[in-house]
Design a protein around this ligand. Structure first.
Ligand code: SAM
Length: 244
């Protein structure tokens, strides 16, 4: 806890003098806060930008993209929230970036944050996790698709049809091992409450790496990488599916 307080204070000092670390956004956090507040976007997005370096699934995905994806290819994020991942990629040289989210306030914040960063990124309001358009090199869905009751097999087939021939899908997924945890049926925020006051779980899709790999093969993906590091609580993994 003490370590967290100290690193957060140090981060505030760094941001006040315009010094951001590699995985952070190069943006003044006071202006980020004002935009998120004024658009009425969920305050979660501010915390997620502030704590970006601690989000394992985000860091691994950004590192994987920088290592494997040329700067001029199309990267599409569904459930992009306030667009932090796409803004970070733009600040690292990516030029064809599109993000969608069902929340109009999140998209309004994303648009204003991209303007603040002086980056050109297409943001649109759209419900669902199937991207529009085609020839997508990387389809990203971070911290999002397990919140909606998708049929994974149909979902992967729809994604495949929108990817470039050498395209990839990257998402984090809740492992079915979560089913073994005693309170898995309840919203994690409510776990400390008496049982009759707990709301249902937010993690409505859970799939083991083996099941996902089988479904990906059926949908026409050739390989699946699932050994990248990422957040582990609740039990989850990051999957990269490749078309070729
Ligand atoms: C936890 S946030 C993650 C945002 C971003 N991907 C990130 O990693 O910072 C989840 C996002 O998914 C969006 N979302 C949830 N259900 C959705 C749906 N059915 N269609 C589109 N977006 C959805 C929410 O509005 C929210 O912005």
């Amino acid at each position: 806890m003490l370590r967290y307080i100290i690193t957060t204070r140090l981060a505030k000092i760094r941001w006040s003098i315009g010094w951001s670390l590699y995985h952070e956004l190069d943006l003044p956090m006071d202006k980020v806060g004002s935009i998120i507040k004024s658009t009425d976007a969920d305050p979660w997005h501010y915390g997620s930008i502030q704590d970006r370096r601690r989000r394992g699934e985000v860091i691994s995905t950004m590192d994987w993209i920088v290592k494997h994806v040329p700067k001029d290819e199309l990267i599409f994020e569904v459930g992009c929230g306030c667009g932090a991942n796409l803004i970070w990629l733009a600040q690292h040289g990516y030029r064809h970036l599109t993000g969608t989210d069902r929340s109009s306030s999140a998209i309004s914040a994303a648009t204003q944050l991209a303007e603040l960063a002086r980056q050109s990124i297409t943001f649109r309001v759209a419900d669902g996790f199937i991207p529009s358009g085609n020839n997508i090199s990387v389809l990203m869905a971070l911290n999002s698709i397990y919140y909606a009751p998708i049929d994974m097999s149909k979902y992967l087939t729809s994604c495949r049809d929108r990817l470039a021939s050498n395209g990839h899908v990257i998402f984090d997924m809740i492992d079915r091992a979560f089913d073994q945890m005693p309170k898995n049926r309840y919203l994690t925020d409510d776990w400390r409450l008496p049982e009759n006051q707990r709301r249902p779980t937010q993690y409505v899709v859970r799939i083991s790496p083996k099941e996902l790999s089988e479904q990906a093969t059926k949908a026409g993906f050739k390989t699946m990488i699932n050994n990248l590091s990422g957040a582990k609580r609740p039990p989850r993994y990051l999957a990269v599916l490749r078309m070729d």
